[in-house]
Design a protein around this ligand. Structure first.
Ligand code: FNR
Length: 340
């Protein structure tokens, strides 16, 4: 197996080994205002929203993880089955490994073959231009393209890139892609600096992919002999902080929240902080590995019902009303917000 395909196996195995039930995404520092007189019934609640410019029936989706090796192809097939049965959008992992390798491509195509009519999201790194973007979109007949920005991961990755001149290609992909492009981090959060640059080149959809869940500094550091990068482990911008930072860009971007999402309350808190939808990776991978396809199917169904119940407790009929909720911030987040 070549080094890229082997890396894909290592990523999901190490991600699962490091999985923690308690995430560090700072969403526990947010409190919602419940209403004990909601004057609503559960059937009044509409949990549908938008992802890029597509309507989705629930405010969460399966975010980018994997593909590129026979084992990860099997994971993509299983994730696609759950996505199909529950009407969820599904992002594959980065397809760069498959651009010139038909075996690797099959591990991504299997997702579309399993989920013939769902929303599929292609994924590539920001070093690729429009030609490769078109190949990635075609590979899974995707309706959305994610482009990931991951310089910190690359720098800690033993065999990773060491120079990052990405803006020209990114601008080309955003302007010429036939499908909407979501620009995302991979768990370090998108800072206001980066958001300002993305706005300037015409990006309309961002996934802040904050710190607190899957941590690629730790994953890549584990793959190094001397493991000398642990000092960087906690340097990402948490999901809650990234969402607060993105609030001043609310007229510029439709925001996806991700990073350490563990339950329905986390999802509703992200919506209340301004996100239009929420991406989940680590929790879904962990559930698939520990509880199988049926366990993941049950979790997705539970999340949908629990989101509706939390919205009822807030007195909110739909996602737009949740986004207008006033949230209470802890001192830690308040001090952070004041410095933005
Ligand atoms: C990822 N993630 C990711 N993101 C991306 O854009 N391209 C990729 O190839 C991958 N690969 C990948 C592999 C594995 C095993 C995991 C768990 C995650 C990052 C992912 O989409 C997300 O941004 C972060 O994982 C944060 O979300 P969670 O995992 O904390 O819910």
């Amino acid at each position: 197996m070549d080094i890229q395909a082997h890396r894909k196996d290592e990523h999901y195995i190490i991600a699962e080994k490091l999985y923690q039930e308690n995430s560090l995404n700072d969403l526990s520092e947010i409190q919602l205002n419940f209403d004990s007189l909601p004057e609503l019934g559960i059937n009044d609640i509409d949990i549908s929203t938008k992802l890029a410019d597509k309507s989705i029936s629930a405010p969460f989706f399966i975010n980018a993880m994997t593909g590129g090796s026979p084992e990860t192809g099997k994971l993509n097939r299983r994730l696609a089955k759950v996505a199909h049965e529950n009407d969820l959008a599904l992002a594959t992992g980065s397809q760069s490994v498959a651009l010139a390798n038909e075996d690797a491509a099959q591990s991504f195509k299997i997702a579309r073959e399993t989920d013939l009519d769902g929303i599929m999201i292609a994924n590539l790194g920001a070093s690729h231009g429009i030609e490769n973007a078109l190949k990635a979109i075609k590979m899974t007949d995707a309706q959305i393209l994610e482009i990931h920005l991951n310089p910190a991961q690359e720098l800690v990755m033993p065999e990773g890139d060491r120079s990052f001149y990405w803006v020209k290609q990114l601008k080309e992909v955003v302007n010429k892609s036939p499908v909407p492009v979501i620009v995302k981090e991979v768990g370090m959060g998108l800072s206001p600096k980066t958001l300002a640059k993305l706005k300037k080149i015409g990006v309309k959809y961002v996934d802040i992919a904050g710190y607190g869940g899957t941590n690629f500094i730790t994953i890549e550091n584990q793959r190094r002999h001397r493991k000398e990068y642990s000092f960087l482990t906690d340097s990402g911008l948490s999901t809650a902080k990234s969402l607060l930072a993105a609030q001043s860009f609310k007229n510029d971007f439709s925001i996806t929240a991700s990073g350490g999402i563990r339950n329905a309350l986390d999802i509703v808190k992200c919506l209340a902080l301004g996100a239009d939808n929420v991406g989940i990776s680590g929790l879904f991978l962990h559930t698939l590995i520990k509880q199988g396809d049926e366990g993941l199917d049950q979790l997705v169904k539970d999340l949908k019902m629990q989101i509706a119940k939390i919205m009822l407790l807030l007195g909110c009929r739909d996602v737009a009303e949740v986004q207008n909720e006033k949230v209470l911030l802890s001192n830690k987040l308040l001090v952070y917000k004041q410095q933005l």
